[in-house]
Design a protein around this ligand. Structure first.
Ligand code: NDP
Length: 285
């Protein structure tokens, strides 16, 4: 029998990156599938990103995740960008096809999978409100538009960022969309089907913070979603549950974006339960 000591490499490049828990989830997936693969958490300063990608190329990395601040800058260093990642304007996952490195974005797809599989809702024809206009909001908005959402309102504090997302969304996907400045309590109307907090409000250590929205007049079927993975049980979701509304947490999005990444890299079905359990243990939830 021949011996193989060569592991296949994957990992995340970020700066800072030490608190990123993805390694726990992906390594659990590789181990559960009996793959001799390794996921590394690697600190890469912005000025070294090009060298790091070149290094990953020659070392034969099977997959790379990008986190802050590399999601946009990496696009110029790849051989191809998937259509939805180009519409979003950011890449969080790189896969290898032969010698070519292809940029993908699994954040919005991960969110969508949670809406479909965990909440049991098809976004087609639904009216959506997204709070926030940053990277997460952008990815979610594009995937919901591509999934045939009927209308997307973007509610954001910063006017320029909100307007820019709505302009890109309309021109790139053709979805009906509007920008609403967030300068007072946002009243969620009865016509909204899906409400998403895609801001960083509620993220550790600001665990008591909550988006300034009123849920007094919402439809009974409203799905309330949060992107915050740590802690996943946010005050926003607790307020929604207190009104008997259906909810979807940021842990679901984080697990599914990793599931999709694993499947792109390994070409095999991801062990979802093992990935979720590993992440829950790492986050202590
Ligand atoms: P960005 O910095 O790109 O965007 C942050 C957004 O939050 C902006 O729209 C910003 O508004 C808004 N915001 C922040 N603080 C406030 C506040 N006090 N009041 C009103 N609006 C506020 O971040 P990302 O989009 O990359 O990330 C957002 C969140 O999504 C993070 O918490 C991140 O952890 C989470 N995330 C979760 C993922 C998952 O898999 N669960 C994946 C990716 C991200 P403004 O424009 O006015 O500054």
């Amino acid at each position: 029998m021949t011996t193989n000591y060569k592991e296949e490499l994957t990992g995340v490049f970020g700066y800072p990156v030490a608190e990123n828990p993805t390694c726990v989830m992906q390594q659990a997936a590789f181990d559960a599938c009996g793959l001799f693969w390794r996921y590394l958490t690697i600190e890469v300063k912005p000025e070294n990103l090009a060298a790091a990608i070149a290094g990953a190329r020659v070392m034969g990395f099977q997959g790379i995740n990008l986190t802050i601040p590399h999601k946009v800058a990496v696009m110029a260093l790849l051989d191809e960008i998937a259509a939805d990642a180009a519409m979003i304007g950011a890449v969080n996952t790189v896969r290898r096809s032969g010698d070519r490195l292809i940029g993908e974005n699994t954040d919005g797809k991960g969110f969508l999978r949670g809406v479909r599989e965990d909440a049991g809702i098809d976004p087609a024809g639904k009216r959506v409100v997204i709070l926030g206009a940053g990277g997460a909001a952008r990815a979610i908005a594009v995937e919901l538009a591509l999934a045939q959402a009927a209308h997307i309102d973007v509610v954001n504090r910063g006017i320029e960022r909100g307007q820019s997302l709505v302009a890109d969304l309309g021109s790139r996907t053709g979805v009906s969309t509007a920008f609403i400045p967030w300068n007072q309590t946002y009243q969620v109307g009865a016509k909204v089907d899906i409400l998403v907090n895609a801001t960083s409000i509620g993220l550790y250590p600001d665990v008591d913070a909550m988006p300034d929205v009123a849920l007094d007049d919402v439809a009974a079927h409203l799905l309330v979603c949060d992107v915050i993975p740590n802690p996943p049980n946010t005050p926003f979701l607790r307020a929604a549950r207190a009104r008997n509304l259906k909810t979807l947490d940021g842990l679901s999005m984080l697990v599914y974006q990793g599931v999709i990444g694993f499947e792109l890299w390994a070409g095999a079905k991801a062990p979802e339960a093992a990935m979720r359990a590993a992440l829950q243990q790492a986050l202590g939830v």
